[in-house]
Design a protein around this ligand. Structure first.
Ligand code: NDP
Length: 373
């Protein structure tokens, strides 16, 4: 399949989101032109102002697509673009969640109030984009979709009790099954995981069914928990996107945590590396028709105490006015994580030099310090 060289025009859906803003930035830095979809003019203006200040006023434009579920929602905006990064998908949060499950299952348990409504925009939004691309995207050569490790494994890695290596060959079939059985009684964690698994499945099914009729192919990026400095429109820790909000609470807020809580966490990757993978996917022939795990060092396996130890060892302290907790350093000796993620496909196709935990922690804390958080 032909790839999309620099200079091409790229449609990014949900462009104002945490990962998407970085993706747009790297696209512009690499010489692509970008059309971002947002749900309001205010969100678009924030982006236009941000990128104009960086000198990309001409290369960035936004369009409003309010309802991504609607058939034909993307019909107009896919015209004349060379590639699509589909990144819009619900990642909600509900502060009323009970702590125990929240720590156990990472942030997705915040989603308790969503019920199966979450599935709709995730699945139909994805299919709607592909349908519009098939109908009107006459120039489109590649579509990149943001999926998740949630489409690969049904639990955080540290919760598996047997040794296991997860790769792109694995599918999370357990969460969709549970949602099917329990309906709106399924836990929010399961609903989110099911939404990512089902949305990605729907994308591959659509692609495989229509391969002969379209001139584009598909690449899917599967990141674990994404952390790192934000550039999207956030005004307080509470307005952060879900994954970074949890990182703030666990690592930066200074509020005490139990040993159990600090013994857990999702695998992780830096937001800038995740965004870079989305950009590299455009101009890399081997990325066509692949799902690709993008994970940081140590196969992304960690637990919150590791972040706490890292932060306390940073020299100089990137957030001097702030007091970090010490937690329970003995967790490092006690904790054994049996499951890992196979990074070999990413290494073969992209070969990204992933940011270390030190780099991600330092840059994020410096950003928080600048914002006075
Ligand atoms: P954000 O919440 O920062 O961004 C989500 C984007 O999707 C926003 O632009 C949001 O628009 C848009 N969106 C959400 N719901 C809808 C909807 N119903 N209709 C239209 N647009 C919608 O999340 P992230 O940047 O963290 O996530 C981006 C993608 O990456 C998602 O697909 C997510 O599942 C995936 N992902 C994220 C991980 C993480 O740890 N952050 C890990 C693995 C995958 P608005 O601002 O208007 O609400």
């Amino acid at each position: 399949m032909p790839t999309v060289p620099r200079g091409g025009k790229v449609l990014v859906s949900g462009a104002n989101g945490y990962i998407a803003m970085w993706t747009v930035k790297i696209l512009l830095q690499q010489g692509y032109r970008v059309r971002g979809t947002v749900r309001s003019a205010e969100k678009g203006k924030f982006m236009s102002d941000y990128f104009a200040k960086l000198g990309y006023g001409e290369a960035f434009e936004f369009v409003i697509v309010q309802d991504i579920i609607k058939d034909g929602a993307f019909d107009e905006v896919v015209k004349d673009v060379d590639a699509i990064e589909h990144m819009a998908s619900p990642v909600h949060f509900n502060p009323g969640d009970p702590q125990g499950e929240w720590y156990l299952c990472f942030y997705f348990s915040y989603l308790i109030s969503l019920g199966i409504e979450t599935l709709k925009p995730a699945i139909q939004g994805t299919v709607s984009m592909l349908k519009s691309a098939m109908k009107n995207g006459t120039k489109v050569k590649r579509i990149v979709i943001t999926s998740s490790t949630a489409a690969i494994a049904s639990l955080n890695l540290d919760l598996f009790t047997e040794p296991r290596i997860f790769s792109e060959r694995d599918w999370n079939e357990a969460s969709p099954k549970e949602v099917e059985e329990l309906g709106s009684k399924a836990s929010a964690v399961t609903v989110y995981r099911a939404s990512k698994s089902l949305a990605e499945r729907a994308a591959w099914d659509f692609y495989n069914e229509h391969k002969a009729q379209v001139q584009w192919d598909l690449t899917v990026i599967n990141p674990p928990g994404v952390f790192g400095p934000p550039i999207h429109d956030v005004t307080s820790p509470k307005s952060l996107n879900l994954s970074l909000q949890v990182w703030y609470d666990m690592v930066a807020s200074g509020s005490p945590k139990t040993k159990e809580a600090l013994s857990q966490s999702p695998a992780w990757v830096d937001v800038r590396d995740t965004a870079l993978a989305h950009v590299l996917a455009l101009n890399n022939e081997a990325a066509g028709a692949e799902r690709i795990l993008t994970v940081s060092d140590f196969e992304g396996v960690c637990y919150w105490q590791k972040w706490i130890d890292t932060v306390n060892n940073l020299k100089p302290n990137p957030h001097p006015s702030h007091k970090f907790i010490f937690g329970y350093p003995e967790i490092a000796q006690e904790k054994v994580v049996l499951a890992t993620l196979d990074k070999s496909k990413e290494e073969r196709i992209f070969g990204i030099k992933f940011k270390t935990m030190e780099e991600t922690a330092k840059d994020t804390l410096e950003d928080f310090a600048r914002r006075g958080w």
